[in-house]
Design a protein around this ligand. Structure first.
Ligand SMILES: *[C@@H]1O[C@H](CO)[C@@H](O)[C@H](O)[C@H]1NC(C)=O
Ligand SMILES: *[C@@H]1O[C@H](CO)[C@@H](O)[C@H](O)[C@H]1NC(C)=O
Ligand SMILES: *[C@@H]1O[C@H](CO)[C@@H](O)[C@H](O)[C@H]1NC(C)=O
Ligand SMILES: *[C@@H]1O[C@H](CO)[C@@H](O)[C@H](O)[C@H]1NC(C)=O
Ligand SMILES: *[C@@H]1O[C@H](CO)[C@@H](O)[C@H](O)[C@H]1NC(C)=O
Length: 379
């Protein structure tokens, strides 16, 4: 009996030593500082060493489209564009994490008034944590439910991929708010991410009334949002609504150095339809379903917000501009003023690009805005 215990202890110790060596090799080569996401995973692994799972080498079952190699100038295109052309027909990937009861039962999903659908990459642990306790907190506001999901793929390979997947799994067991699919969470796979989400929504949350679709580095005033949506004439989500920062009369960027580079091999036309900047936009359940329906017959374009615009156009629907959505940032007068002053954000429902700590401060400030209203008039 005691011998066995000793053996187990010895085995465990060997495991710990191996793990430390492995982590030393993998982590600390170039990067000596531990990030909070790593600490989170390590703390949880301590009690759980024996269940250290074998690495998942999950591969998707979708094969390369070999004809893409025959496309004119293929070999001169940047790697991520080549990848896009080779795999753009792949639209179905296994789910690694799911929250099927996010909206209650599908037939009761109309109880969710606003579903926050936040595009996040596995490594963005800090952003998700701050959103969970600020604007994306699940709650009942003015008699209606706000719910939250993060949509994500996978990052990196081998141990690193495994560790990030573990992180998401831990987060999901604490918060039940992560949908993860087994594809590379890259910029050019964002359209794919949107489509697999819409497919998920049709299955599990078909009657959700409204959705906010956006990035994990935005500040969204979800209180103002609910009030705006409740103020709509038909506020049950069954009519068309697609509102955000409207972008019109633009076309593909043809400079290969740009993040948004779209060569003629992907799209020949010089025109993009009107669309709303992907940092964040609001849409109704009806419009989400229509976009998904249209997507079946439209080739993927890697720029996800433009793709939404294409689906709308095909359905004969138009995106609209909302004054309070500032995905290009907010213009604040120069001079000796605090650009995070709550007075600048009174009428705003969404602003892009904030660091987690600023989101936290702004959210706490918000509660004083009511009192500040008089002050702000003279601001
Ligand atoms: C690529 O082009 C070559 C030459 O035209 C042709 O023989 C081959 O079948 C093509 N391959 C594919 C996969 O379309
Ligand atoms: C494969 O690529 C070729 C060339 O771009 C394209 O014409 C064809 O439609 C693609 N096939 C699929 C299944 O996407
Ligand atoms: C994911 O895509 C990015 C951008 O194309 C690429 O740099 C990276 O190597 C890819 N990762 C994997 C695991 O394929
Ligand atoms: C999208 O994800 C798939 C599956 O991981 C991958 O094969 C493909 O290269 C990715 N596409 C891009 C453009 O990153
Ligand atoms: C989806 O499209 C099909 C035709 O492709 C149509 O029959 C169906 O009514 C559409 N559904 C919705 C909700 O628009």
């Amino acid at each position: 009996m005691r011998k066995e215990n000793l053996q187990t202890t010895a085995l465990l110790l060997t495991g710990v030593v191996c793990l430390v060596i492995i982590m030393k090799k993998n982590d600390f080569k170039n990067d000596v500082t531990l990030k909070s996401k790593d600490i989170y995973v390590m703390l949880h692994q301590q009690n759980n060493l024996s269940s250290f799972e074998t690495l998942q080498h999950s591969f998707s079952h979708c094969h390369r489209n070999m004809s893409a190699y025959n496309v004119t100038g293929f070999s001169t295109l940047p790697n991520h564009i080549q990848d896009f052309l080779l795999y753009k027909h792949c639209r179905s990937f296994p789910m690694l994490l799911d929250v099927p009861n996010k909206c209650g039962r599908p037939q009761n999903s109309a109880d969710v008034f606003l579903l926050l659908v936040i595009k996040s990459s596995p490594e963005n642990y800090d952003r998700r944590e701050v959103l969970r306790k600020t604007w994306a907190k699940e709650r009942l506001h003015k008699g209606v439910w706000i719910r939250r999901v993060f949509i994500t793929g996978t990052s990196k390979t081998g141990f690193e991929k495994h560790r990030l997947n573990k992180l998401l799994k831990l987060e999901n067991s604490e918060n039940q708010d992560i949908l993860q699919w087994d594809f590379n969470d890259s910029f050019f796979n964002l359209t794919l991410k949107q489509i697999v989400f819409l497919e998920w929504m049709e299955r599990w949350c078909p009657h959700v009334r409204f959705l906010l679709n956006g990035d994990d580095d935005i500040f969204a005033n979800t209180f103002n949002m609910v009030e705006y949506l409740q103020g709509q004439k038909d506020n049950d989500g069954s009519k068309h609504l697609f509102a955000g920062h409207l972008i019109q009369n633009v076309g593909p960027i043809r400079q290969s150095s740009s993040k948004y580079f779209v060569p003629v091999q992907i799209q020949e036309s010089e025109r993009y339809p009107p669309y709303c900047g992907g940092g964040g936009f609001l849409l109704s359940g009806f419009t989400a379903k229509t976009i998904y329906n249209m997507s079946h017959s439209i080739d993927l374009l890697p720029i996800d917000d433009v793709y939404m615009g294409m689906c709308l156009e095909k359905a004969g629907l138009k995106p609209t501009s909302h004054f309070g959505v500032r995905t290009a940032g907010l213009h604040v007068p120069t001079g000796n003023v605090d650009k995070f002053h709550p007075c600048f954000y009174r009428e705003i429902i969404l602003v892009h690009r904030f660091l987690p700590h600023m989101i936290f401060v702004m959210w706490k400030d918000k509660f004083h805005v009511q009192k500040l209203n008089r002050v702000c008039d003279y601001f």
